[in-house]
Design a protein around this ligand. Structure first.
Ligand SMILES: [Zn+2]
Length: 56
C-alpha cells in the first residue's frame, strides 16, 4: 500500500491532505514522518512510514 495522499481526520471525519503533497525526490523511506493537515479542524496528524507502506 503506497503512502496515502489523504487520510480521514480522527476527530471530525474531514479530509486531511498530506503536507507536502509531493513525495520526496528519492521516495519514501521507512521511518519517514508524514504530516496530514485536516481541512475542517486544522489538526495535524503525523504518520510514520512503515516498510509495509512501501511494498505493493
Ligand atoms: Zn478534523
Amino acid at each position: 500500500m503506497p503512502v496515502a495522499d489523504m487520510i480521514i481526520c480522527v476527530d471530525c471525519g474531514g479530509p486531511c491532505q498530506r503536507v507536502p503533497a509531493e513525495p520526496p525526490e528519492l521516495g519514501w523511506q521507512p521511518g519517514d514522518v508524514v504530516a496530514y493537515r485536516c481541512r475542517d479542524c486544522a489538526d495535524v496528524w503525523y504518520l510514520e512510514v512503515d516498510i509495509d507502506d512501501l511494498e505493493d
